[in-house]
Design a protein around this ligand. Sequence first.
Ligand code: GYE
Length: 323
Amino acid sequence: MEKAPLFLLLSIVFLTNCTSPNEQSEINTTPVIGFSQSGTESSWRKAHTDSIITELEKENYQVLYRNGFLDQERQIQDLRRFIAYKVDLIILAPLIDSGWDEVLAEAKAAGIPVITVDRSIQTKQADLYMAHIGPSFKAEGNRAGLYLSNHYSEQSLAEIRVFELAGLDQASSTTLRQEGFLETIGRDPRIQIVQTAHGDFIRSKGKEVIRAAIQAGDFSNIHVLYSHSDEMTLGAIEAFLELAPEILEELVIISIDGQKEMIDLLKDGLVNAVVECNPHAGWYVQNTITRYLNGHTIPKEIYIPETIFSDQGDLSMIPTRNY
Ligand code: GYE
């Protein structure tokens, strides 16, 4: 059979039999995806945004991107804009884990599926979003804690005191990184978090809270700085260099993300361990959306693979960073 008639035949079958999951979208038009990102506070997040937009555009999706500037109300308005525009699907990178039910119910009523990326959310009804695609923050916290219990396993200190520089309150990356860490440091009862301060995942805020803690004398008896993000770690290091470089020399530092700047500091020996948080969500997001639009069932939770880099491993094996 000639190619043309087969193609024609297939097109007719496709056009008559295939109903798109979103009935508003028409076959043969480019699907429009609304993407609400929470902010631009870190190189990690810029890489996350780029990855999603690039991979979607590669497959010819049209992406409407909105930056929420670390403001949940703004993100909610952006979602309402997408609903009014009748996009085919919404990607939400939520700032915090609650407060989304109402706008998600509006998206649902309009027949627009929502995929959450990066941080996860809690909703009263599970069907208010279709799937979540992101890192396992709990596993990241686990890796940080495991590093620490290994680090001290041969040392005879009576207690190991940790200062936790936590991310934004009510963000799942904060809550779960804490939970995972507590779980694995529990192997060694000498290790305790003695203080937690929130730097909101922002470099200047990290610097501010560490500066205040140094000035209050809180670091006089701390062995470890466990920071939930590289940007905050960079802020903390600036504060130490300005106020108390001698403390920095002694401190064991664990950071999360794996930005290039932090890997360089790990190689220089200033930082001890960097838990990778993989920002390259784009391919997973694109693949999930494509599968959904082709009628496949989508798993509710999709995790992105990650690792840890530390002075317990071979630093020359770390893949080149692009964030
Ligand atoms: O670690 C941090 C960013 O939620 C995983 O947010 C994300 C965190 C990431 O600002 O750098």
